[in-house]
Design a protein around this ligand. Structure first.
Ligand code: ADP
Ligand code: MG
Length: 220
């Protein structure tokens, strides 16, 4: 398989607003770390929502992992997302009143992975982000950087082929942001995971293999 994502002429408008995306073309290969840059409000999150099958484009085509994902029925789209796509957001949405272990176990439980198999998967995901020693800590006892690393481990525990990250460093200081970018690069190389990250921070984009800039609804 050559591309994990092939998007052609994606267009999207919201009711009462002009067109936000006016024909975005994007191809992503396995293991590629892609940045989409652009100022606030230019449509970065909108694009990520389309790639995450959370919204449908008005027109255009989208193939992911050799599947015409726009032709999937809603339930099949949900399963596709669950099995192949990991999400990392600016606010990490980890559960604060459960342990780090339980946070990362959650996607495995959703897929009904048998309990005995979960432990090894959770441990491996935590080790990959350098948080093996925090397995029993409560979510709300972690620093912002640690919480974001838990969110990464949770996004990766299902071994997705694609990770979508929306301003993942938006709430982090410089040192934690750089550490997060190093983790992403490592994950792309080691696991051949493709990452599409949207950011308005050019300092983060330099960690990426490919950088696109979204301007007036198209890549320039
Ligand atoms: P970015 O992530 O680059 O800041 P967004 O994709 O969130 O940009 O938003 C692009 C534009 O679309 C903005 O003008 C925003 O106000 C508008 N927008 C986003 N989501 C919605 C929505 N659900 N309904 C109406 N307008 C929206
Ligand atoms: Mg956004």
């Amino acid at each position: 398989m050559k591309h994990v994502i092939t998007a052609r002429q994606l267009k999207k408008s919201y009711a009462g607003m002009g067109q936000v995306l006016k024909g975005v073309d994007l191809t992503v290969t396995p293991g590629e770390f892609v940045a989409v840059m652009g100022p606030s409000g230019c449509g970065k999150s909108t694009l990520l929502h389309l790639l995450g099958l959370l919204h449908s484009p008005d027109s255009g085509s989208l193939r992911m992992l050799d599947t015409d994902v726009l032709a999937l029925a809603a339930d099949d789209a949900t399963m596709f997302r669950r099995d192949h796509v990991g999400f990392i957001l600016q606010s990490n949405n980890i559960f604060s009143h459960t342990t780090v272990y339980e946070n990362i176990e959650f996607p495995l439980a959703c897929r009904a992975v048998p309990r005995p198999q979960r432990r090894g998967l959770v441990e491996a995901a935590l080790a990959a982000v350098g948080l093996g020693h925090k397995m029993s800590a409560w979510g709300n006892s972690l620093s912002g950087g640690e919480q974001q690393r838990v969110a990464i481990a949770r996004a990766l525990v299902n071994k997705p082929r694609i990770v979508l990250a929306d301003e993942p460093t938006g709430a982090l200081d410089n040192a934690n942001s750089r550490a997060l970018m190093e983790s992403f690069r490592h994950i792309c190389q080691r696991d051949n995971v493709a990452i599409v990250m949207v950011t308005h921070d050019s300092g983060m984009a330099r960690y990426c293999h490919t950088v696109y800039t979204l301007e007036d609804g198209v890549f320039v």
